[in-house]
Design a protein around this ligand. Sequence first.
Ligand code: KIV
Length: 272
Amino acid sequence: MSTAKKEYKRVTVKSLVEMKQNGEKISMLTAYDYSMAKIVDSANVDVILVGDSASNVMAGHETTLPITLDQMIYHASSVVKAAKRALVVVDIPFGSYQSDSKGALRSAIRIMKESGGHAVKVEGGLEIKDSVKRIIQAGIPVMGHLGLTPQSIYKFGTYTVRAKEEAEAKKLKEDAKMLEKIGCFGVVLEKIPAQLAKEVAESLTIPVIGIGAGGGVDGQVLVVHDLLGMTHEFNPRFLRRYMNLYDEMGAAIGNYVTDVKSRSFPSEDESY
Ligand code: KIV
């Protein structure tokens, strides 16, 4: 398999399929604001996900359910301004696409028009098929999300690994095939057995991006605050922390407090 990387000035949904065909792994990371998105985009991350995990990470909610469409649009419009290369995918939040397909399309259109995002992501399979079809028919690229779908956390009861049982694994495979068939440009698989994720990735022509789904998929996604170690209470096995910013930022801010209290900040050089 080729590891040579083609240069992309702007990543599109077509580029992602091409990356899969060329055996190039796809990098995807969340961002919810302009400053973080600028760093993520400059580091050549292929896809920036304005995830509804903003509900947890930015707003401090326990689940992703409370975040609203207006709030997602606010986060996404900040990210879009910073993303010069990455494809920006925006989560449609809980309650904004599940009731009927017309409502789902209305939500997707608001995201595209008001934030400038390039694509939307939705959670679920057969249950939301009509909504997904309708959004795609309007020319809006859709990414699916199967496995541990956090918007259904109260149905699952826990954040443990999904699709370990045969029946759930079978449904997940069928849902993934269906999402490809109706025109989704990619699928996220969250927290499922690596072997199952690999089989799904091999059975589809569209890219499969994993989080807690092993290395046999076409790309990986993480929440940027987790990767940077800004969150420290969330420690799933799939998470690789590349920094410990929670401690480093805390120490830096602690030093600032000490300097203010001791009057060593500001110095003469830092004054006018
Ligand atoms: O909202 C989010 O951050 C996500 C990823 C975990 C895939 O959906």
